[in-house]
Design a protein around this ligand. Structure first.
Ligand code: ARG
Length: 260
């Protein structure tokens, strides 16, 4: 009887030890906002990188982040927010990673760290088919006075503010969503929209009477933003991303959404 009791006790101890390990699914012992989870801050208004389809957030960034989380033994959790809030939520310890087709800029590097780049973005100009704007340079021409639509706090906003508004060559109208800026173009409230090339293609495909100018405004690198206070996480996510680039996973994810 005593022996049986000891055996039951031993089994119970092993079980409780196992249970104790269970909550932190992470095999890597990484510190994250929520144990066992990798919280991704994004703005799902940016097809094909992140967008809502059938009530679900999906896209290139979501799939890449999910693959990274799996490699790290973490569960991906997505927080959808205004683009403008992503950096502060990463910086303020509310999200682990900012993945949003986010361009690495010197200003942002002062706030957060970035991983290796996983994609190239190009700022392009969308106009109506009969627009008098025929090249990017028209926006900077002497005496130019256009109204430019952008998504608030994106690089399209920053560059056109510096190059056009601050130079007295026009006005920048800032919208919470890129799609709203495109709507403003359709209804004649703005003369053009400056936005990243892939969402630009998606928006032009969805809306008749619009086109993308051939000339590029700016070429930039997309990367994942991580708090400057969590260098272990930065290294782990960066290494996972590098592996996923090397083994072709990133290319195959991108291929599912782009270039077909
Ligand atoms: N690449 C641009 C930037 O970093 C736009 C990104 C917008 N992303 C989004 N998910 N809305 O500023």
């Amino acid at each position: 009887m005593k022996k049986l009791f000891a055996l039951i006790l031993a089994v119970m101890m092993v079980l409780s030890m196992l249970a104790g390990c269970a909550p932190s699914a992470s095999t890597s012992g990484l510190k994250t906002v929520e144990a066992g989870k990798l919280i991704m801050a994004t703005n799902a208004e940016f097809p094909p990188y992140e967008f809502v389809e059938g009530g679900k957030i999906t896209g290139i960034d979501v799939e890449i982040a999910d693959a990274i989380a799996k490699k790290l033994g973490l569960e991906l959790k997505i927080e959808n927010m205004e683009f403008d809030s992503i950096i502060s939520s990463v910086k303020g310890g509310k999200a682990d990673i900012g993945v949003a087709g986010m361009t690495v800029t010197p200003e942002r590097l002062e706030e957060v760290s970035f991983t290796t780049s996983y994609a190239t973005g190009v700022q392009v100009v969308i106009v109506t088919e009969n627009s008098t704007i025929t090249a990017v340079d028209d926006l900077f021409a002497e005496g130019a006075n256009h109204t430019i639509g952008v998504q608030l706090a994106t690089t399209g906003d920053l560059y056109s503010t510096w190059d056009i508004e601050d130079e007295g060559l026009g006005t920048v109208d800032r919208y919470n969503k890129g799609a709203d800026a495109v709507m403003a173009l359709k209804t004649g409230k703005v003369d053009c929209v400056i936005i990243d090339n892939e969402p630009a293609k998606a928006f032009v495909a969805e809306n008749e009477g619009l086109k993308i100018l051939d000339t590029e405004y700016a070429v930039e690198d997309y990367a994942i933003a991580i708090s400057k206070n969590n260098s272990e996480l930065l290294t782990a996510v960066d290494n996972a991303l590098k592996e996923l680039i090397k083994d072709g996973t990133v290319a195959s994810i991108v291929g599912k959404y782009i270039g077909k």
